[in-house]
Design a protein around this ligand. Structure first.
Ligand code: F3S
Length: 481
């Protein structure tokens, strides 16, 4: 038996060909999980991690059994890959769910999840947002899973939107994406679309028509969108794995537990901000710092007067990338914070400029000229596109510069003529994808500058490139003339 001392990032924390833990700073780095009963205290990082189980099983490197010490839907995804999962101390209540027209194992999965989480009941979901769309992330194992459920006639009955794919579906050749990759990526998108998903291909679904209202129950993947939905919109979702999303989309319901319940939305950590922050990079670093120090917390952050949409997106992405932060409250900013005005917790995390700057240094691995400047993690909003446009108007990019946004916004900006200004400045704007889920390393890039701490983490761990973390202001001063 192997008892993990810290939560694991399934997406990039385990070598899927050997089963060896490779997560940076994990106390059991270098130890194999293959063939063992592994006690897991939960997972952190991306919700795409669930596909790792299919890869582990395919490569013969899967654990024999997983014992979860607390509910974690990303890890429960192992059940669909045929790995035995149980919750330690579960009383094993039996649930019976009757849904017609969906694969039996989907229904059994939900029953198993309800049993392990001692769910109060099953509830209908208003929408699903699926992560795990890029072929660079899910690979052959994920594609085979999609082919299999597609051929078994699965159809999504709930509004289902999708996270970014591995390329701009229209301009993948301009990006330099290899044809062999494009073929697989197009197949993934068409399989999902034929099953009923709306191919929004963005990590900001709330800006592309999937906007849950306060108190509504949804089932979302994409860790940054989960934190945004819970914290900023006041909707309710757990951080769901991609396979769970498909099960929920087909069945239309989920077990009621975790962040769907009022009692689990109360703060567990006070974060006292002792300096002024501004811009997505700094707020992303704040989130990253909180997630790194207290991966499971519900932080109540004080010391902030107001925040912009771009900063809320960045805070959501940061805490979910370094930890498993699904929900935060910012006094005076987010809707549920007012419920906890006088709430007291035993843990407090003071944060000053020194901590923020030192984390920024930790996340950067080079300080020379980059060969790519990549912005839009999470996808740029209309406001960010306009702001950046103003910053670079009349200037010219000195390095190749990519911005990622949603297809919805790209189309509107193209129609309005705004994109011409960015094009004249030498900036390429792509939709449907992002710097982390496209196969950058296969396009020859080695040194990437970005303003996103989340992108900085995953560009290193998933794409294997060197990273420089820079603010938007520095970008226009350093990399535009
Ligand atoms: Fe979105 Fe890609 Fe970042 S999916 S949150 S832009 S890693």
């Amino acid at each position: 038996m192997l008892k993990l001392e810290k939560p694991i990032s399934w997406l990039d924390g385990v070598d899927t060909s050997t089963g060896v833990i490779k997560q940076k700073n994990h106390p059991q780095k270098g130890i194999s999980i293959t063939g063992k009963t592994v006690v897991v205290p939960g997972s952190i990082g991306s919700t795409v991690g669930a596909y790792t189980f299919f890869k582990l099983v395919k490569n013969g490197s899967a654990p024999r059994k997983i014992v979860l010490t607390g509910p974690d839907s990303v890890t429960i995804g192992a059940v669909l890959a045929g790995i035995e999962v149980e919750l330690s101390g579960s009383r094993g209540t039996k649930y019976k769910l009757r849904i017609k027209g969906v694969p039996e194992r989907f229904v059994r999965y939900l029953e198993k999840e309800a049993e392990m989480t001692e769910a109060e009941e099953f509830i209908p979901v208003r929408s699903v947002h699926l992560s795990g769309i890029s072929y660079a992330t899910i690979g052959k194992a994920g594609l085979e899973f999609l082919r299999e459920i597609h051929s078994s006639g699965v159809h999504f009955q709930t509004l289902t939107t999708t996270n970014p794919a591995g390329m701009d579906l229209e301009r993948w050749r301009d990006m330099g994406v290899p044809g062999s990759f494009a073929e697989k990526q197009l197949e993934i998108v068409s399989l999902l679309t034929e099953m009923g998903a709306i191919p929004t291909l963005t990590c900001t679904p709330y800006l592309s028509g999937n906007l849950p209202l306060f108190g509504e129950h949804v089932c979302w993947g994409e860790s940054s969108a989960v934190a945004f939905a819970n914290s900023v919109l006041g909707a309710r979702t757990n951080r769901e794995g991609s396979v769970k999303g498909m099960v929920a989309a087909a069945c239309g319901c989920i077990p009621l537990y975790g962040k769907h319940l009022e009692r689990n939305r109360q703060p567990t950590l006070k974060v006292v901000l002792k300096c002024n922050l501004s811009g997505p990079m700094e707020f992303g670093l704040l989130g990253f710092l909180i997630g790194r120090e207290f991966p499971d917390a519900v932080p109540l952050i004080s010391g902030i007067n107001k925040m912009k949409l771009s900063e809320l997106k960045a805070l959501s992405a940061g805490g979910a990338a370094s930890g498993g932060i699904e929900l935060f409250h910012v006094k005076g900013v987010t809707p549920e914070a007012q419920l906890y005005e006088r709430y007291d917790t035993t843990s407090t995390l003071p944060v000053g400029k020194r901590e923020i700057l030192s984390l920024r240094e930790d996340l950067s691995t080079f300080n020379s000229s980059p060969d790519l400047l990549a912005l839009g993690c999470p996808h740029f909003s209309a406001e960010e596109l306009l702001e950046f446009m103003k910053m670079v108007q009349g200037k010219r990019a000195l390095v190749r510069t990519w911005i990622f946004t949603s297809r919805t916004l790209l189309t509107a900006f193209r129609r309005s003529g705004h994109l011409r200004i960015l094009k004249t400045a030498g900036v390429e704007v792509y939709a449907d994808t992002c710097m982390v889920v496209c196969p950058l390393e296969r396009m020859g890039f080695r040194k990437v500058a970005t303003n996103s701490p989340k992108a900085a983490k995953y560009l290193r761990s998933m794409r294997g490139v060197d990273v420089m973390l820079v603010s938007l202001r520095e970008i226009t001063n350093k990399f535009f003339s």
